[in-house]
Ligand binder design. Structure first.
Ligand SMILES: [Zn+2]
Ligand SMILES: [Zn+2]
Length: 232
């Protein structure tokens, strides 16, 4: 085995190693049983700074195909990346990924109306939110709204939402009540992609009508877009 780098999880000291003791391997594609302590690609090594054996994170070389495997799993688990898998394979990863964390029962998720409708028609009691979390099919069927009608993420700074907490009797700690940032990111990415497409049409139309634009709009567009021409 080639020497690889390992990072002390206590002090951050980097060292090289051949084969750490007690190596906890990566759970590739979450195909194995879910290990709730999330110790993956870690091992026990002597740290010169700490002066004792500590847990180290194994750093794979840049050429290693699976160097960012855990990060890729997270992206697939949150439905931000399709990972070139079949729908069934993705569904397995999404399900395993979410079962590996405690779920906040008070989190507000967002979901696609068509996915809610499909689940309802199939007689299911749960389905996947935008972020992949399993959520109950709402008992009340509300006719769909356009995705742009959803509340904007400014609410994440709203003290009414942020300061509201609930006790979790299982752990004796408090859950924040808030909106799922993973769902919001999923939704905002989709809106941004659509907006970029719409912007192409606007810019192309505007480019043919500069003679008709009012002075304030000319100035504002000029100031906003000038940097793009300068960077050519
Ligand atoms: Zn250390
Ligand atoms: Zn969510």
């Amino acid at each position: 085995m080639k020497p690889q780098q390992a990072l002390c999880c206590e002090c951050g000291m980097l060292r090289s190693c051949q084969r750490p003791r007690n190596h906890r391997r990566e759970n590739y594609w979450l195909a194995g049983p879910i290990d709730l302590d999330w110790h993956r690609e870690t091992g026990d090594l002597k740290c010169s700074e700490c002066g004792r054996v500590t847990t180290h994170a194994i750093i794979h070389p840049e050429t290693d195909t699976f160097r960012d495997h855990a990060e890729l799993l997270q992206l697939i688990g949150l439905r931000w990346h399709n990972g070139h898998f079949t729908d069934a394979q993705k569904a397995d990863i999404v399900s395993s990924y979410h079962s590996s964390f405690p779920a906040n029962p008070y989190m507000n998720h967002l979901w696609w109306k068509n996915e809610e409708n499909d689940a309802r028609e199939a007689g299911k009691t749960t389905f996947r939110a935008m972020c992949g979390a399993s959520i109950p099919v709402p008992t009340k069927h509300i006719k769909g709204r356009d995705v742009t009608d959803f509340r904007a993420p400014e609410q994440l700074t709203d003290p009414e939402v942020m300061e509201y907490e609930r006790l979790d009797p299982d752990t004796g700690t408090y859950w924040d009540v808030g909106d799922c940032v993973n769902c919001i990111r999923y939704r905002n990415d989709k809106l941004l992609r659509e907006r970029r497409k719409a912007l192409i049409r606007i810019l192309m139309n505007a480019a043919t009508k500069t003679d008709e634009l009012e002075a304030p709009l000319v100035n504002s567009l000029f100031d906003t877009l000038r940097g793009m021409a300068d960077s050519e």
